[in-house]
Design a protein around this ligand. Sequence first.
Ligand SMILES: *[C@@H]1O[C@H](CO)[C@@H](O)[C@H](O)[C@H]1NC(C)=O
Ligand SMILES: *[C@@H]1O[C@H](CO)[C@@H](O)[C@H](O)[C@H]1NC(C)=O
Ligand SMILES: *[C@@H]1O[C@H](CO)[C@@H](O)[C@H](O)[C@H]1NC(C)=O
Ligand SMILES: *[C@@H]1O[C@H](CO)[C@@H](O)[C@H](O)[C@H]1NC(C)=O
Ligand SMILES: *[C@@H]1O[C@H](CO)[C@@H](O)[C@H](O)[C@H]1NC(C)=O
Ligand SMILES: *[C@@H]1O[C@H](CO)[C@@H](O)[C@H](O)[C@H]1NC(C)=O
Ligand SMILES: *[C@@H]1O[C@H](CO)[C@@H](O)[C@H](O)[C@H]1NC(C)=O
Ligand SMILES: *[C@@H]1O[C@H](CO)[C@@H](O)[C@H](O)[C@H]1NC(C)=O
Length: 386
Amino acid sequence: MHTLLALLSLAATCFAQIDLTCAATNLFCIESRVRADQALLELPNFVTYPIQHDPFYATPANLSSAKPGQILKLEVNTNVTAYDIPPGQALSRFMYASVDNFGAIVPATASILWPFTPKSFNGSNSYPLVAWAHGTSGIDRQCAVSNMRNLQYDFRSVFTLASVGYAVVIADYVGLGSDHFFNYLAYKLHANDVVYSVAAAQSVFSELSASWASFGHSEGGGVAWAIGERQAFAPIPGFLGTIAAAPPPFPIANVAPVGTSVFTAFLSFTISHLYGLNLSTIFNPAPLQALQFVQSIGGCNDAGYSAFTTFTADQIYSNTSWPLSQAAVNFARDYSVGGRALGGPMLIIQGSNDTVVGTVGATVGFNNTCTAQGNNVSIEYVSVIG
Ligand SMILES: *[C@@H]1O[C@H](CO)[C@@H](O)[C@H](O)[C@H]1NC(C)=O
Ligand SMILES: *[C@@H]1O[C@H](CO)[C@@H](O)[C@H](O)[C@H]1NC(C)=O
Ligand SMILES: *[C@@H]1O[C@H](CO)[C@@H](O)[C@H](O)[C@H]1NC(C)=O
Ligand SMILES: *[C@@H]1O[C@H](CO)[C@@H](O)[C@H](O)[C@H]1NC(C)=O
Ligand SMILES: *[C@@H]1O[C@H](CO)[C@@H](O)[C@H](O)[C@H]1NC(C)=O
Ligand SMILES: *[C@@H]1O[C@H](CO)[C@@H](O)[C@H](O)[C@H]1NC(C)=O
Ligand SMILES: *[C@@H]1O[C@H](CO)[C@@H](O)[C@H](O)[C@H]1NC(C)=O
Ligand SMILES: *[C@@H]1O[C@H](CO)[C@@H](O)[C@H](O)[C@H]1NC(C)=O
């Protein structure tokens, strides 16, 4: 009875803290609910908060002399006390060099989830390598998957892959973990990060298989697709193929009015960074400051959701036509996937009822690729009912 009352009072407190009635102009109210939401849903899953307190994520001086795919830091046996990984699995972390949109060297972090026993192919005793490309986790460096107790996906992908014998290399993507701007939804940049995480991991762990496959979901589905495209013009050895689950090949639709998804608002930060979109000309002041607040406290997806909750597009934006801007059009042109050659086979898996990603994008991307590449690509689209 005592416990029940305690739970009830906790629930009552929490309910009062998540205030859905904030006016879209009341920044103080919005910031309070962002903090409450972060405390309830995000802080318990971080290994280190703030992430800057873990020296692993600090960029070392020898980055400047590194080549893409070279190791900068290696932690072979990560202390998993603070993680929730399954018994029998182990974790490594490493920092390595990747490249940005200018071809400049940038710092990236990744982890490797190790199986208890490797799955054997063709009698080999090496650890078969899957490069996992994760979905949206947030846009602040705090939102690195290697800094989440459940590695973001738990048994929905990474734990299950390791449980059946794969070594799972999980790139955080430059700017998540590492001290750098995170270009959210810039698939081909995250594809660089994944491909170089594979090369870096193989360079220090000889037990990893030479052949590898990539597998990603949502944002990571777009990344998995971009990896297939990258392998056609800049291959690294050993690529067996890629699996894109719920990929949005077109990270933004150049249509108006814009929707209310916080993911689209997150994306405007990337377009601002890469193409100079002026955020103060598209957002109303309080919602923009609310998103900047989310970042300043290391807030991730849930903190982002709670910044906007029920706001309409007109409440969030001063200009709901911003996806028609030249900056957004240029971003879509340069960072969408589909229609291009692939360096190996690709499997697309799409839930027919997926309301977060939607089915149209993957179908159009699939059609574009088959139309443009004919029999030169091996690509299969599996629609999963529900
Ligand atoms: C950077 O320094 C670390 C630590 O001394 C070393 O292990 C790593 O190999 C170096 N990487 C490069 C690219 O110089
Ligand atoms: C691992 O981390 C836990 C909790 O932070 C700590 O108590 C323990 O001493 C660490 N173990 C090692 C071997 O460093
Ligand atoms: C196993 O061998 C077959 C035949 O040589 C090859 O096609 C396949 O890619 C190999 N599998 C792996 C995981 O290397
Ligand atoms: C962005 O727009 C604001 C408001 O119109 C203006 O004051 C500011 O100078 C602009 N910033 C840049 C970098 O153009
Ligand atoms: C809104 O943005 C669109 C696309 O950039 C632009 O054409 C339009 O002039 C803007 N509207 C206002 C009122 O600034
Ligand atoms: C994709 O192509 C198929 C077969 O030609 C067609 O039935 C379908 O309508 C197309 N889907 C889209 C979204 O274009
Ligand atoms: C397929 O590849 C062949 C050989 O590279 C090339 O000649 C042909 O034009 C390609 N077909 C398409 C539809 O791209
Ligand atoms: C998919 O959505 C439709 C329409 O909302 C619903 O009737 C159907 O039960 C859903 N199917 C599954 C498998 O969830």
